[in-house]
Ligand binder design. Structure first.
Ligand SMILES: Nc1nc2c(c(=O)[nH]1)N[C@H]1C(S)=C(S)[C@@H](COP(=O)(O)OP(=O)(O)OC[C@H]3O[C@@H](n4cnc5c(=O)[nH]c(N)nc54)[C@H](O)[C@@H]3O)O[C@H]1N2
Ligand SMILES: Nc1nc2c(c(=O)[nH]1)N[C@H]1C(S)=C(S)[C@@H](COP(=O)(O)OP(=O)(O)OC[C@H]3O[C@@H](n4cnc5c(=O)[nH]c(N)nc54)[C@H](O)[C@@H]3O)O[C@H]1N2
Ligand code: SF4
Ligand SMILES: [Mo]
Length: 717
């Protein structure tokens, strides 16, 4: 008997609707759901790989306990007892801050983790909370908070109605979009071009997105802040700065302008590598095209000026009259869970459009005094908090769906640091580079074993939708992950793991949330959403200013003090960079990262359907640079970081798609760690490029690690 199931793919931010066929308890087919109003039948190879993930023999089905340096399967009773014996004792002896928590990326894609992960942190009560956000989008969250008043009010391109899409530091054709939920990007781009629109990509690599676009400019890594400030500057210079219909809701325009003055297109041209005339035409096109939008993503975030660059993306959109208009940058209106659809607590006015804004820096980290942002510290400081002795030293760690040994800066140092912990617990689906350090590993579930609703990603969706998926194999192997997390919170708090009978399930929570949905007035209920196999389409994005704002004055702040001060640092930096370039005539060789369609950060390399094919963990280098270093195609190169002094070796791929002076290595590789158990991944382990990335270098405003534009040297291996 074949059953058909519909469900949302939880792997990346595109949230594609899938159609699965199950026969006799086995998945026999996975394809894109043509009737999904949002993803329209699109899917990528990772959607197909959900079957391999579900069936992966290396995926954990029982807890593991580490004894004499080796992991062995354990019962749940043993695992809970071991945690109960150790963690509360550490807290009693050294205080809650001695226990750190790291939450990884898949948590943002799982209903269980979104609803029950917080409870784990609350149970510990630690200030030492870390996540992948400070390896990723925290700059966008902070700039949104400073300008619009909540951490998630990030406007996204209205691609379905735009005529000019400018992409800076994103490769959505491969990544499938980020902080912009845009399934079937390729199809949507094609439609844009068919209606006469254009796409421009600015990236140190001529990526797949750049090749599909109408225009591409190379940009020197880490220089986006200069380019963006010059775009804004030129809008003023050309008399094109006009926020249009949002003008009455802006403040700070006059304060902003003088800080942009040093960044003329002429001055930034030789530092960014983009001609002054190109910068001017781009600014003019953004202002003069009726429906135009600028989008900035991870390439613009994981750099020294990540937050300011992110703020400038929105500022350019505002100055060019492209915010909150059809075809421009718009604010999605998620059905549930969005801070910007609910009344703000403690706001000066309870009218929609007012709020308290955001607060940061309520606490500082022990060793370097980094400010808390959105309740967390930079992932880049985790190592120093573990290895630096003294009061408040981190002695225990809990990771949930995270692999910071591969994903965060200076992975070798973090791996060594984890060995020093008194105790470590991981909730994960693999015994991998990070979890091999854990004393207890609690298994998470296969995504197909749980119900799904995108708590976060609907807040960044290019079209408003509400879609729920039922579990296909409910609790086949292991308890639902929300139960594990809820029990973990209890055990950490000194209670028994048994959940009280009145614990609300995720579905009960969704039902309650839909009761106060932004669409409740339109009759939307969880019952209706759950009954709709393909989800419910809530229509195209609609203008939301002023109602979306949560600032005390009810206005968009174009000149937050922190951003202005950072722009002044950038001014000094620009002068220094020009001087160095003029004096030496040369720039350092800079390392950037890249993503591959058949990969997702560090954790899908054990799936046969994705692992097949050529080695993907290669060093890409421009022919001129290869020649200058005597490196030939098919050879191997040694890369040394000027920051960590660590060295790695890998195969070379010579390509003119990469900007001269820049090399690229994908992150998420290096699967040959002793004690891990991912047999397929071990066949082609690759190397961890984050060993080149320094723990010291962060965007000082958001704490986000500088992971692009890392100075390196190379030689023949
Ligand atoms: N140089 C460089 N470094 C980068 C980036 C970059 O562009 N360049 N990108 C950064 C970005 S954007 C991110 S988001 C981070 C990611 O950083 P992390 O989130 O730390 O790393 P992931 O590789 O996503 O690892 C996810 C972990 O979750 C586990 N997992 C997968 N599914 C589940 C599940 O359903 N339940 C549980 N409990 N566990 C699960 C996996 O086994 C793995 O251990 O990496 C960052 N690192
Ligand atoms: N296939 C696949 N899809 C993924 C993931 C994956 O690992 N694989 N990871 C998921 C995650 S967690 C995230 S956060 C998203 C990220 O989604 P995207 O932001 O689209 O990420 P990337 O594909 O890394 O694209 C970043 C681009 O920035 C460029 N870049 C690097 N440095 C600079 C710079 O200084 N300036 C500019 N302008 N550009 C620069 C890089 O060359 C690259 O093309 O992807 C998600 N989707
Ligand atoms: S693009 Fe691929 S990985 Fe992302 S949601 Fe769609 S099918 Fe899943
Ligand atoms: Mo990410």
């Amino acid at each position: 008997m074949a059953d058909t199931h519909y469900r949302i793919c939880p792997v990346c931010e595109a949230t594609c609707g899938l159609k699965l066929t199950v026969e006799d308890g086995k998945i026999t087919d996975i394809r894109g759901d043509k009737d999904d109003p949002f993803s329209r039948g699109y899917m990528c190879p990772k959607g197909v790989a959900l079957r391999d993930l579900h069936e992966d023999p290396d995926r954990l089905r029982t807890p593991l306990i580490k004894e004499d340096g080796k992991h062995r399967p354990a019962t749940w009773e043993e695992a809970w007892a071991k945690i109960a014996e150790n963690v509360p004792a550490i807290r009693d002896a050294y205080g809650p801050d001695s226990i750190a928590i790291y939450t990884g990326n898949p948590s943002a894609h799982k209903l269980s983790s979104m609803l029950f992960g917080k409870g784990v942190r609350q149970a510990v009560g630690t200030k030492n909370a870390f996540s992948a956000s400070t390896l990723d989008q925290m700059p966008k969250q902070l700039s949104a908070g400073l300008m619009f008043g909540t951490w998630s009010s990030i406007p996204v391109p209205d691609i379905d109605r735009t005529d000019l899409l400018v992409i800076l530091g994103g490769n959505p054709l491969v990544s499938n979009g980020s902080i912009w939920t845009v399934p079937d990007f390729r199809g949507r781009l094609r439609e844009l071009q068919q209606r006469g629109g254009k796409c421009v990509v600015i990236d140190p690599k001529r990526t797949m997105t750049a090749e599909a676009a109408d225009q591409h400019h190379f940009i020197r890594p880490g220089t986006d802040v200069f380019l963006l400030a010059a775009l804004a500057n030129h809008l003023f210079a050309a008399g094109l700065a006009n926020p249009g219909k949002v003008a009455p809701y802006t403040q700070g325009l006059d304060a902003l302008r003088p800080h942009l003055a040093p960044f003329t297109p002429e001055v930034v041209a030789d530092v960014t590598g983009i001609e002054a005339d190109d910068i001017k035409s781009l600014a003019e096109a953004l202002a003069n095209t009726d429906r135009a939008v600028l989008y900035g993503r991870i390439g613009t975030c994981i750099q020294r000026y990540g937050t300011t660059a992110s703020a400038l993306v929105d500022i350019v959109n505002i100055l060019a009259g492209n915010l909150d208009v059809e075809g421009g940058a718009m604010f999605p209106k998620a059905a549930i869970f969005a801070d910007n659809t609910m009344p703000a607590k403690g706001a000066p006015s309870d009218a929609p459009g007012f709020g308290r804004g955001i607060i940061k820096g309520r606490k500082h980290s022990r060793v370097r005094g980094a400010p808390e942002v959105a309740g967390e510290f930079p992932a880049a400081i985790l190592t120093e908090e573990i290895i630096t002795p003294g009061d408040g030293q981190v002695r225990a760690l809990i990771t949930m769906a995270g692999n910071p040994v591969l994903s965060s800066p200076d992975g070798s140092a973090l791996s060594d640091a984890l060995d020093q912990l008194d105790f470590m617990v991981s909730v994960d689906i693999y015994l991998n580079e990070t979890t091999r350090h854990a004393d207890v590993i609690l298994p998470g579930t296969s995504p197909l074993e749980e119900g799904h609703y995108d708590v976060l990603l609907n807040q960044f969706a290019t079209r408003n939708v509400a879609r729920y998926s039922k579990p296909i194999f409910p609790e086949t192997d292991v308890p639902a992950e929300w139960k594990t997390l809820a029990s973990l919170a209890r055990v950490l708090g000194g209670q028994s793991p048994d959940l009280p009978a009145d614990t609300m399930s995720p579905e009960e929570i969704l039902d309650m949330m839909f009761g106060r949905s932004a669409y409740a007035g339109d009759g939307l209920t969880f019952e209706k959403v759950a009954a709709a196999d393909h989800g419910i389409d809530l229509g195209p994005l609609t203008p939301r200013i002023p109602e979306v704002l949560r600032m005390p004055e009810g206005k968009i702040d174009l000149a937050p003090a922190e951003i202005l001060a950072d722009m002044d640092d950038a001014t000094a930096d620009l002068a220094a960079r020009r001087k160095t370039a003029q004096e030496t005539g040369r720039n350092a060789l800079l390392l950037i990262g890249r993503r591959d369609t058949r990969s997702n950060n560090s954790w899908m390399h054990n799936l046969p359907v994705l692992a097949k094919g050529p080695n993907r963990c290669t060093l890409e280098i421009h022919p001129d640079d290869a020649r200058a270093h005597n490196i030939g195609e098919g050879g191997r190169a040694r890369v040394k970081s000027a920051l960590t002094q660590d060295e790695i070796e890998l195969d070379v791929a010579i390509t003119d798609k990469i900007m001269p002076g820049t090399i690229s290595i994908p992150h998420g590789w290096g699967h040959d760690a002793k004690g891990a158990n991912m047999k397929k991944a071990l066949e082609n382990p690759g190397v961890n490029m984050n060993r080149m990335v320094s723990r010291e270098h962060v965007d000082p405003l958001s704490g986000t690690a500088v992971m692009t534009g890392v100075p390196v040297s190379i030689s023949v291996a």
